[in-house]
Design a protein around this ligand. Structure first.
Ligand SMILES: [Zn+2]
Length: 402
């Protein structure tokens, strides 16, 4: 196990608190540090001593000076200690090394193939990780620990992936003890969470705009995934599954869903649902403008056609987004939400999808409450938060013990 990991775990509570605040807000000056910790400066200096001695924190004298004493700034040392990150999604997986500000220094992404079972995945990822260490000339002894973000549902305490979120992956992922396997192979402590929580925390902890008490993070791609912070705390669904909203029933006599129920949001609002809805309509004789064989039409083609004014594509996407809006509005009407972040392939490629989702959600919540001031924002959650998520998960576990 990593010595630095044990060292941080055994820090006095006060030092850990100061470390956590410098980690999130650094470079940070005296006044702000006093404000955020509630400690006096003498106490802060005493608490930061072990952090400076172990090269976790640096003291900088570089703030803007107005002639008198230079203001003292504390910051995280980004050159000494690192975190290994492993993101596993249904269509890709990535390996990364991040610094203690959770900034990705180097990463590599692979396609997730159906044929890749967990042990093959582990071999590919670990060998890529050692290559990245070599590339950046980082010693394994500088790695504090391992963050893992996974799909589907998990047992966080036992470190196990419970089930797949899509049916086309290898069966061997079910009940796979991923944390134990990484810890065995790398001899480092590991923390596991679902990917959508890591992505949400990357926005919540490192972007002031999204540092609100009540946050919803919704990702609509191959499946509908959601993570929630309520009153500043992560809300956990049963088995930490990421698709609870996706399996909300919106049409009780609707299409049969993979979960066994009927009319779930997943049946209507995902990339796959839009593509199959569109191609079925073509087969029924409706007119489209995409100049391709039906079997070759992708979601991106449909999104583009809709944005260029094609009626059929616009109809299909409008329905898909309206169904999701129904679920999102149901949720917002039940609990207090300050900001709902929408991400994923749907909103990245389809302006119409995002516009309809936003408008229809506002209309639905407006019907119930005139002064509901929820803000709906879209983010391009591309490779960035996907590779960043695991290090955010690891640091959040280490410093906050959520
Ligand atoms: Zn379902």
């Amino acid at each position: 196990m990593s010595n630095m990991y044990d060292f941080i775990l055994k820090l006095p509570e006060g030092s850990k608190k100061v470390l956590s605040i410098i980690q999130k807000y650094g470079p940070i000056g005296r006044v702000e540090l006093i404000e955020k910790t509630g400690f006096k400066m003498t106490k802060i200096l005493r608490l930061t001593e072990p952090l400076e001695e172990s090269d976790l924190v640096l003291r900088l004298g570089e703030g803007s000076s107005t002639g008198g004493r230079k203001p003292m700034l504390f910051d995280i040392n980004t050159k000494k200690w690192f975190i290994a990150g492993f993101s596993i999604a249904t269509s890709k997986f990535s390996v990364s090394i991040s610094n203690l500000k959770s900034e990705v220094i180097v990463h590599k992404t692979f396609d997730m193939e159906k044929s890749i079972d967990p042990s093959e995945y582990l071999d590919i990822s670990i060998s890529a990780f050692y290559n990245l260490l070599e590339e950046k000339d980082i010693e394994i002894s500088s790695i504090i620990g391992v963050g893992i973000s996974a799909f589907g549902s998990i047992d966080r305490k036992k470190g196990i992936i419970l089930k797949q979120s899509v049916s086309y992956l290898s069966e061997k992922w079910v009940n796979y003890p991923i944390v134990e396997r990484f810890e065995e192979r790398l001899k480092l402590p590991a923390a596991l969470d679902i990917g959508v929580v890591g992505e949400m925390l990357a926005y919540h902890l490192y972007n002031e705009k999204y540092n609100v008490d009540n946050l919803v993070y919704l990702s609509a791609s191959m499946s509908i995934r959601m993570a929630v912070i309520s009153r500043g705390i992560i809300v956990r669904s049963t088995n930490d599954s990421d698709d609870a909203l996706g399996h909300m029933t919106v049409k009780y006599d609707g299409k049969k869903c993979t979960c066994g129920n009927y009319g779930c949001i997943e049946c209507y609002s995902t990339v796959a649902a839009i593509t199959s809805g569109y191609t079925s309509a073509l087969k029924l004789g409706r007119k489209g403008t995409i100049n391709k064989e039906i079997e070759e039409i992708t979601f991106i083609d449909i999104a583009k056609a809709a944005d260029e004014g094609e009626q059929l594509a616009a109809d299909i996407i409008t329905e898909a987004a309206s169904v999701l809006a129904c679920g999102l509005a149901n949720y917002i009407n039940l609990v207090n939400v300050d900001i709902a972040i929408i991400s994923g392939l749907t909103v990245r490629y389809s302006k119409l999808y995002y516009e309809v989702l936003k408008e229809a959600t506002y209309r639905r919540i407006g019907l119930l409450s005139k002064d509901n001031s929820v803000e709906i924002a879209s983010v391009d959650s591309s490779a960035d938060v996907f590779t960043r998520g695991p290090s955010v998960i690891f640091l959040d576990n280490l410093l906050e013990n959520q």
